[in-house]
Ligand binder design. Structure first.
Ligand code: HEC
Length: 141
């Protein structure tokens, strides 16, 4: 019984964290429909940072911090037991870094942007390694 439960948890972890980068577009859309609230939020965070990366490079950053990112504290995870103390402290560090970007003097924008992306990666190193290669592409070299 206990063993079965463990098995289900592990399966969920793998489903939640699987690398989807190489999937064709239609298949990706199908899988999206089954994604957890957290996975959807993560995809929004990805898309948002991708778009501000371009704005920072063009010198036209015009967005503000998306308040909905605060939902990282409550969004339902594919594997709810992943939300432990570690997860909470990584969430806090990430949100702080993401917010600091929008209070940044122009000359520190790139550093602060990369700080936020490195905060994504720190949590992923511990919680969900699959998407890390994709997240690294967000960094400004
Ligand atoms: C506090 C830990 C934490 C932080 C910070 C974090 N992530 Fe995640 N991320 C996760 C976990 C856990 C999952 C798996 C979510 C699930 O399946 O419910 C995930 C999933 C993802 C996924 C896969 C989503 C999918 O469709 O399956 C991507 C892409 C992603 N994160 C990108 C990012 C980006 C980009 C950032 C920073 C802007 C970030 N993450 C910050 C923990 C984190």
């Amino acid at each position: 019984m206990r063993f079965n439960y463990l098995f289900i948890c592990l399966t969920l972890v793998f489903l939640g964290c699987k690398e989807s980068q190489e999937e064709p577009k239609e298949k990706q859309a199908l899988i999206m429909a089954e994604r957890s609230e957290m996975a959807l939020l993560m995809n929004e965070m990805y898309a948002f940072n991708e778009s501000i990366k371009q704005q920072i490079l063009d010198g036209t950053l015009s967005t503000s911090y998306p308040e909905k990112f605060d939902n990282i504290h409550s969004a339902v995870l594919t594997n709810p037991s992943a939300r432990d103390l570690n997860f909470e402290s990584f969430s806090k560090l990430f949100l702080e870094a993401q917010k600091e970007l929008f209070e940044s003097p122009k000359e520190e924008l790139i550093t602060r942007y990369n700080n936020a992306i490195n905060a994504c990666i720190s949590c992923h190193n511990v919680k969900c390694v699959g998407p890390i290669p994709r997240i690294k592409k967000l960094l400004i070299e």
